[in-house]
Design a protein around this ligand. Sequence first.
Ligand code: NAD
Length: 294
Amino acid sequence: MKIQSVGVIGAGTMGIGLAQTLAQTGHQVTLIDVADRVLERAEAEIRKNLRLQNFFPDFANQSETKLSTEDVLNLIQFSTDYYQLEKAEFIIENATEKWDIKREIYHKIDDICPSETIFAANTSAISITRFGSVTQRPDHVLGMHFMNPVPIKPMVEIIRGYHTSEATIQSAETLLAQMGKDSIVVNDSPGFITNRVMMLTINEAIFTLQEQVATVSEIDRLFKGCFGHKMGPLETADLIGLDTILYSIDVLYESFNDDKYRPCPLLKKMVDAGLHGCKSNQGFYTYVKGQKMS
Ligand code: NAD
C-alpha cells in the first residue's frame, strides 16, 4: 500500500536531503526541528538544491516527479511542533547522533503517534533494538541508514531490530521503492555493516594524518588512485560531518568496549574547535558555498 505522509525529524544535513527527496517523489512531508531559524535554513537549502538539479539533471533521481520548485516546497510543512506528526504514516528520525537527544524524541513520538505509525531511525551507529526499547511498539521500529547526499545515493541499509516485524521491513521497502531507492536488510549491530567499517577507516586515516605519515590530500589521493574510490576518507569525513563521525565512533567504542574504536585526539580537537566539515565550511578542507577550495 502506498505510503503518502512521512514525518522527518531533524532538519540538518540528512533531514534536508530526505525531505527534498520525499517531496520530489510525491510524498506529503512534515519536517520537524527545534528552532525556526534551522527550518528557514533548511527551506533555503532545499530551494538551492532544486535549482542546482534543474541545471544538472543527471543528478536527479529517476523516480522524481517533474514538480516545480514551488510544488515540491508546498509538499513540505516546516514546523517545530511535534504534534504535527500525529497524522504521519511513517516517521524517519534524523536528529543529532546523541542518545539522550534521540531517546527523548522516541518517548515524545510514541505518545503522539497512533500505534500503527512506523518509526525509522536514520542513525549512524546506535543499536536499533535500543530505539525500540524506549517505545511501546518495538515491532514497528527499524533502522533506515540513508547515505549522504540523500537525493543522489541509490542504496539504503535497512536494519532489523530484535523485535522489528516483517511487515515493518516490508513497509520500509515499499517507501524506499516509492523514493526510487534500492535497499539491503541487515541484522542489528552497532554501526551495522557500512559504518562499522567506514568509521574505523576514517578514524585510522585521521591517526595517520596526526602522525604526519602523509598530508590530507595525499591520504585522499591514495584511496582514489589505488582503490578507485570516488572520495578519500578525509573528504568523506568532511561530507558526513566531523561531529557526526565523533559521536558515531564514540557509540562504537561504548557498544563494543573495544579499544580499536577509540576516537583519534585530532578528530576530538577539530570538533571542539568547530571544524565540522562541509556544514561549517571548514574541516580537513575549506569550503565556500559548499564547494571545496583547498
Ligand atoms: P546534523 O547535525 O546536520 O543535523 C541534526 C539536526 O537535528 C539539527 O538540525 C538539529 O537542530 C536537529 N535536532 C537536534 N535535536 C533535535 C530534536 N530534539 N528534535 C528535532 N530536531 C533536533 O546531523 P546529520 O548529519 O543530518 O545527522 C542526523 C542523523 O543522521 C544522525 O543520527 C547521523 O548519525 C545520521 N546520519 C548522518 C549521515 C551523514 O552523512 N551526515 C549519514 C547517515 C546517517
